[in-house]
Design a binder for this molecule. Sequence first.
Ligand code: 26A
Length: 345
Amino acid sequence: MTSKLQEGILVGCGNPLLDISAPVPLKFLEDYGMNVDDAILAEERHMPIYRQLVEGYQAEYLAGGSVQNSLRIAQWILRQPNVAVFFGCVGQDDYADILREKARAAGVDAHYQVSPDTPTGTCAVLITGTHRSLCANLAAANKFTIDHLEQPANKALIDNAQYYYISGFFLTVNPPSIMRVAATANAKQRPFLMNLSAPFISQYFMEPLLAVMPYVDIIFGNEAEAHAFATAQGWPADLDLREIGKRLVALPKINSERPRIAILTQGCDPVLLIQHDKVQEFPVTRLAVHEIVDTNGAGDAFVGGFLAQYVQGKSLDVCIRCGNYAAGHIIKNPGCTYSGEPEFN
Ligand code: 26A
């Protein structure tokens, strides 16, 4: 950290979830019809998972929720509290208290909407070796309403921010809130960043995703998510990630003065930065299997590291290198957590 940043310069909206994480045999996933390295919304048939993890496996409780993870990581790297503001909805229970405390300890200025009669959302994190599969029971997170953003204090926070980040996951909850933040960002000519988040978002939420896409200045995603987007768009099945990236940045954009950028990760293969029809690669340090604790939150940490530099006006090159650093760090820790001081220069 060099100079002091404006408090609340970065605003994020998402689903505050408490992760319930445990190593499980592959059969556990099969029994629930789940795939490794996927992320899904819990249906009725998934509801027993949470109790089963707690009662039958070595479950750990960790602060989760994709955007909140990214903001916690950005704060860790920035070492200056309250640079990032977070909005999302929780219940009135112990889980909410844990999330609130974890956000505060990380330096995230969380302004939760509270839905008193609904439990705080949870996410089952099923660890199978170096893979993870996520099953989110949004519960209170799904109760988020746009009125929360219209509260004068929260509206002021949105108006004062300079950078905005929302996950594709939040499209399952409240597209009008996303459009509201995107419109503010656009009116003020400030960057609006988004994430494809999971293949199911492109499969089932393409309509609201395409509605917000014209506002998106930077789109993040991994390989599987980019391919799911391409398939849902009916793009040729043989397009490689580079070509998908070029098509993503070429989708209609409202502010054509600031062309869209796509940043696509692919596990331990290089990160792709796509601008116009130019593709640049950024190598990732490959970790030894014994160094990997779990990959839960790796994508979120990448974004967190990126944001920490981006809000300081650093070059995309530095932002992506910091993203890779942060992702590498959290993979060596349980869930999206860090240990010690950041070592990125
Ligand atoms: C709407 N869905 C499915 C979700 C999520 C989610 N965060 C928001 N919305 N499904 C999983 N996560 C979070 O992703 C993190 C790992 O990238 C989990 O809570 C986990 O911390």
